[in-house]
Design a protein around this ligand. Structure first.
Ligand code: NAG
Ligand code: NAG
Ligand code: NAG
Ligand code: NAG
Ligand code: NAG
Ligand code: NAG
Ligand code: NAG
Ligand code: NAG
Length: 694
């Protein structure tokens, strides 16, 4: 034996031993066939295992998110820091099903992640992958294949049923409507697959020679020849040496179930998808037509169980009611009282056609009272259609009386009401002009930089809305209160004109007549203290709501945010410390376009409107006067011919009434007390304070 041979002989077992002792195998392969458990997976957030199936989100609540990961980090490169990547092939079977009483959303993704856990992620449209601030950051090192059922404009989603290839961002590198190419090479036909219908689908994801392919098909079909997505991409900068693989899903206001039934993965075997068992899988398809699922069946059974005779009556009543309802629908009977409101009535069929039969695809928003759909009327007129469920016919009549009057309100800063229609099942449909640019809240709170409104645009919006409210309060034969002024009720048309929408809560009040006390309506954070106490709305309570709007538009902050003091209180506190202008939205500070005097003036205007003392609040006419001033506030002349700066007047009035409120229990404060508490008043004399007012 030569010395070289001897060396080899001695070396070989050593190398073998080193390799077999190395705990990290250079490749990975595993198969799960409905045998998931909390011991062979890592679960985070709301992910659970139910009957050996992964359930990523909790479908009985909103805003849920969860992750299920293979328990070990897997190598992605042949050697650490190599620029080459290991190929991989993975396949899984999923089901996403709608949940009763909810619109479906948001989706789930297969992902490679450098970390376990869910830190830095949010629910809803962020799919539990990223959050608002890290979306798009190259330090995420996340590759995700998303199955997304909501069309998010902010991520340039192509539709509400798509598969997307995402690198470090929710904005997909490539995406395609969900579906598959059926048939042989050259003769394929694309067939759409609806992601959220409970059907079990198999997905294949392969990466080889810098090309990633994503394919899907209904379970049981062989893998389609042509992939849904096929993209060349160099993932070497994206994937770190070792990564976690698995699934992430999220719901928000929209809820659906996200289940993973089986999963396989291999770096070497590109037929590993064949290892998935596709037979005898549970089905999560909702049998909608089935009587067993219906509430009526449950009512029938429970009543029947306890009271046989009663149930007979109930069934009889139900049948009669149903038949009557049906007949009426077919003829679209019009009752006398309905004719009274005829001018704005739009045909049932027209609305149905305009919204594709109230298709979920057309949903553009959710109001307090119901969903809002986009529709296109004959002639191509775009409209927003609001569907409202009513308690009873009596309510309907009252409501129509109101709508018929509101339909006559026309102003460029109000969303135009085009008409109404009564549809089946005691629901009422309101048809409004369509507002291209959506609602204001989407452009001042958490939003992409490109959506953010500039200072000038915000002031224009505030002026527009002030004009709209002024018209409601004074511009018409009857005084109309809005009662729910807030950013999400402000809509922007195609020219960015702001218009006040949602008159659902408005009640008519003839001039001089006191508004009747009804149950409290409005939105927490926008309600004046006296509304909370007495439930009685007034012109001043609308002014209060407008004041909150001013503050949120200037500060870019919602009136109530978790873990933070209320917006109004926070601004009062800043004012007392003389730091009011620091409330300005930080995102505006780099952009400029404003003067500090103007910011201060608008903030004081907001504060004046949210004054706890309702009689100290300005009227909308006064508000508009302040807003329409250009640049520095001009000097005005008071009764005695003295020049008084408007801003100083506002400050004084604001502070005076606030302190009167604070000192309410023991009467008015002395002038010294006020002056001691607020330095800006030092320049004014006592008599000024008593006489100030805009
Ligand atoms: C799950 O089932 C597959 C076969 O269907 C088997 O290969 C695998 O080892 C099982 N996994 C676990 C963790 O039991
Ligand atoms: C989801 O998980 C979070 C924290 O992981 C928890 O706070 C929340 O209550 C869970 N929600 C549901 C519906 O289980
Ligand atoms: C889902 O959420 C509901 C309500 O929040 C809770 O009662 C239930 O335990 C949760 N289910 C799971 C599986 O976590
Ligand atoms: C790669 O680096 C990790 C530590 O970052 C180490 O645990 C692993 O063993 C290394 N893998 C190889 C193949 O050297
Ligand atoms: C997003 O996550 C990061 C951690 O990755 C965190 O620092 C940041 O505050 C989060 N942002 C939001 C808006 O939640
Ligand atoms: C990906 O799809 C392309 C185009 O159909 C095909 O040529 C390629 O072989 C596929 N790659 C893998 C790994 O299947
Ligand atoms: C991928 O990018 C890395 C640098 O990020 C480079 O070293 C490597 O050659 C690229 N691979 C291919 C196949 O282009
Ligand atoms: C790859 O996996 C499939 C499915 O489990 C199996 O039938 C096949 O024998 C495997 N091929 C190799 C080369 O291991």
């Amino acid at each position: 034996m030569s010395s070289t041979k001897l060396a080899l002989f001695l070396l070989t077992p050593t190398v073998f031993i080193i390799l077999s002792l190395n705990p990290v195998s250079p490749t990975t392969e595993f198969v799960f066939n409905a045998n998931f458990s909390s011991t062979n997976l890592l679960l985070f957030g709301n992910a659970t295992i139910q009957s050996s199936i992964i359930t990523l989100t909790n479908d009985s609540s909103t805003f849920s998110m969860g992750r299920a990961l293979y328990p070990f980090k897997i190598p992605t490169k042949p050697t650490n820091s190599s620029s080459a990547l290991l190929p991989f092939s993975t396949s899984f079977i999923f089901s996403a099903a709608p949940v009763e009483h909810f619109l479906p959303g948001h989706g789930f993704a297969f992902l490679f992640s450098p970390h376990p856990g869910m830190s830095g992620t949010s629910s809803s449209q962020h799919l539990g992958l990223f959050n608002l601030s890290n979306d798009g950051s190259s330090s995420n090192h996340v590759l995700a294949i998303e199955f997304d059922v909501f069309k998010n404009q902010e991520f340039q989603d192509i539709d509400d049923n798509h598969v997307g290839l995402n690198v470090n961002s929710l904005t997909s590198v490539a995406s395609h409507s969900a579906g598959f190419w059926d048939g042989e090479d050259g003769e394929e036909e694309f067939k759409v697959l609806k992601i959220v219908n409970g059907v079990n689908y198999q997905v294949w994801i392969e990466y080889l020679d810098s090309r990633i392919n994503v394919t899907m098909a209904p379970v049981g079909r062989r893998k389609p020849w042509r992939p849904l997505i096929s993209e060349f991409m160099n993932l070497s900068g994206v994937l770190v040496d070792e990564m976690y693989v698995g699934f992430s899903g999220a719901t928000g206001q929209l809820v659906e179930s996200h289940r993973i039934l089986a999963w396989s993965f291999s770096n070497t075997n590109f037929s590993i998808g064949d290892a998935l068992v596709t037979q005898n899988l549970p089905s999560f398809v909702n049998s909608k037509g089935s009587v067993f699922g219906s509430e009526w069946f449950i009512v029938g059974v429970s009543v029947g169980g306890f009271l046989l005779v009663g149930s007979g009556v109930l069934v009889l009543w139900f049948v009669v009611f149903r038949m009557k309802g049906k007949k009426k629908n077919e003829n679209e009977d019009i009752e006398d009282w309905e004719l009274e409101y005829w001018p704005h009535r739009i045909g049932n069929q027209d609305i149905f056609a305009a919204t594709n039969g109230f298709s979920e695809k057309n949903v553009i928003g959710f109001g307090r009272n119901g969903k809002v759909y986009k529709g296109v009327l004959a002639g191509g007129i775009e409209v927003a259609v609001k569907r409202i469920a009513l308690q009873n016919e009596h309510g309907m009549r009252e409501f129509l009386a109101e709508i018929s009057s509101l339909g006559r309100l026309k102003h460029r800063n109000l969303v135009g009401l085009r008409g109404w229609c009564k549809s089946e099942k005691r629901s009422l449909v309101l048809v409004y002009d369509y507002m291209e640019k959506g609602s204001l809240d989407k452009r001042i709170f958490e939003c992409k930089d490109s959506m953010l409104l500039s200072w000038e645009e915000r002031i224009l919006v505030l002026k527009d809305i002030a004009r709209g409210i002024l018209y409601l309060h004074e511009g018409w034969e009857a005084k109309v209160l809005h009662r729910d002024i807030k950013a999400s009720n402000v809509l922007l048309d195609k020219d960015m004109n702001a218009r006040l929408g949602d008159f659902g809560l408005a009640r008519m009040h003839h001039h001089g007549q006191l508004a009747s006390t009804t149950r409290v309506v409005g939105t927490v954070g926008y309600m004046a203290p006296e509304v909370v106490q007495t439930g009685r709305p007034s012109v001043q309570t609308d002014v209060y709501g407008y004041g909150v709007l001013v503050l949120e538009v200037v500060c870019g902050r919602r009136p109530t945010e978790e873990g933070k003091p209320g917006l109004v209180d926070w601004i009062w506190r800043l004012t007392e410390r003389g730091e009011l202008v620091s409330a300005l939205d930080v995102r505006l500070k780099s952009k400029g376009g404003y003067s500090m005097e103007e910011v201060e003036r608008v903030l004081y205007l907001g504060l004046l409107c949210v004054n706890p003392e309702s009689q100290s609040r300005p009227t909308m006419r006064e508000v508009l006067k302040v807003l329409e001033m250009k640049g520095d506030a001009p000097e005005s002349t008071d009764d005695e011919g003295m020049e008084v700066n408007l801003l100083e007047k506002m400050k004084a009035t604001t502070m005076l009434s606030k302190y009167r409120w604070n000192f309410g229990a023991r009467g008015h404060p002395t002038f010294e007390e006020i002056r001691g508490s607020h330095s800006s008043l030092i320049s004014l004399s006592g008599s000024d304070i008593i006489r100030v007012g805009i």
